[in-house]
Design a protein around this ligand. Structure first.
Ligand code: FMN
Length: 382
């Protein structure tokens, strides 16, 4: 929805569209709460935008019927790590009925963001497999897929600790805020220092009073090009060290799509037996070019970038199904957070039927701030 339309007129138009059953149109025209046309810094300081800028707090009554890692929740639905940049975004998400918002991944110290642009639309024919080249644009339309490239920036803990603590206490009954973080490679290249950074991060998060911690293991591994979650012995060492620091606070680990079932089984034997929850998936990598075939995102190492949204739903659903099957086969008890391409109640239902305890949406939620309400009204698998 363009910003020049006054809020009252906008609400009237949304109501009209709802009545006419044209929710698709409404979604296409919703102003995203993160504005890709602005820098990360600008979004951080002046966002969220659109309906998230003046959210009306949704009233929820009665006893919450679900739990997530021991916390009561009205709906097992939320926003995964990423689009909720800081406490202002998390509070808006809570107001709009996203009962499990994840505060964007932080680090133990300040870390710079990749240059703008950080979000671009991509057109994908069908399901996105690995190794594809996609053309980027600034035209966001259904079915919505984007690439996001931030490099996991972070403010110092002096900023994010009080900000996260404030967002945690803002959650109403039947809501819970999750804090996400990751370790940072040390300049010396020392693996011990890398692991210690995960432990320090766990301590800093615990100090905020956050009730659930998520560690991003779909991040670079020290000393190799592969993702940390694919290095099973090191991932195990890290989650054990984190658990030692967190004590009773539940730990979720965020992972990427595993092509290799054998490696996923190994990962779950080693890591799935230590953590309390597994969130899958993160983005799927592709080469991103402009209409002339040139690298679309400026800077070294940015030809390949993570794709999310509608085109990766198949991969998130498939991983959810495998995580549920292997949990059973291996006699494990982790809770499953299904992520990837969830844009409506039907997709939420698909994830729940595949075995997700909780479902989350990043890309679609950015362009449809009413998604949690729609799911609460329309989903069959609540
Ligand atoms: C703008 C944006 C920023 C993201 N940043 C992070 C992040 O900091 N940490 C993380 O673990 N995942 C991050 N993600 C990945 C999402 O958590 C999610 O795994 C992915 O987008 C797939 O979900 P979707 O298809 O609903 O977007 C980000 C996604 C988006 C769209």
């Amino acid at each position: 929805m363009p910003r020049w339309i006054a809020p009252a007129a906008r609400d009237f138009l949304c109501l009209l569209w709802d009545i006419l059953g044209l929710q698709v149109l409404q979604r296409m025209f919703s102003e995203p709460f993160y504005d890709p046309a602005r820098s990360y810094q600008d979004n951080f300081e002046h966002g969220p935008f659109g309906l998230f800028a003046e959210p009306s707090r949704i009233r929820q009554t009665g006893a919450p019927q679900h739990t997530f890692l021991g916390q009561p929740v009205y709906a097992p639905f939320g926003v995964p790590a990423g689009p909720l940049l800081n406490g202002a975004y998390v509070k808006a998400a809570l107001d709009m009925g996203f009962d499990i918002p994840v505060y964007k991944t932080v680090r133990t110290h300040r870390y710079a963001c990749h240059p703008w642009p950080n979000v671009l639309a991509v057109k994908v024919e069908g399901d996105l497999g690995t190794g594809r080249t996609l053309v980027a644009s600034e035209t966001y339309s259904e079915p919505l897929s984007i690439t996001n490239s931030f490099g996991v920036p972070s403010y110092d803990p002096e900023f994010w600790q009080p900000d996260m603590a404030d967002a945690v206490t803002y959650a109403g009954p039947g809501q819970v805020v999750v804090g996400s973080y990751q370790g940072t490679k040390s300049e010396s290249g020392s693996v011990a220092a890398y692991i210690q950074d995960f432990v320090t991060g766990a301590r800093l998060l615990k100090q905020t009073g956050v009730k659930i911690v998520e560690v991003n293991l779909s991040c670079p591994n020290e000393g190799t090009a592969a993702l940390l979650c694919f290095d099973v012995p090191r991932a195990r060492e890290i989650v054990e060290a984190i658990k030692g620091e967190l004590g009773e606070v539940p730990l979720v680990t965020k992972i990427a799509y595993f092509e290799d079932d054998e490696r996923l089984t190994q990962f779950l034997r080693e890591v799935g037996s230590v953590v309390d929850g597994i969130s899958a998936i993160n983005t799927v990598s592709a080469k991103i070019v402009d209409e002339h075939g040139h690298q679309a995102l400026p800077g070294e190492g940015r030809l390949s970038s993570g794709v999310c949204g509608s085109a990766i739903q198949w991969a998130g659903l498939e991983m959810t199904g495998r995580l549920a099957r292997l949990r059973e086969e291996l006699g494990l008890s982790y809770e499953i957070v299904g992520v990837g391409g969830v844009g409506d109640a039907a997709a939420f239902d698909r994830y729940r039927r595949a075995g997700a305890d909780v479902v989350m949406s990043a890309t679609s939620a950015m362009w449809n701030p009413r998604l949690a309400q729609e799911i609460k009204e329309q989903a069959h698998e609540l």
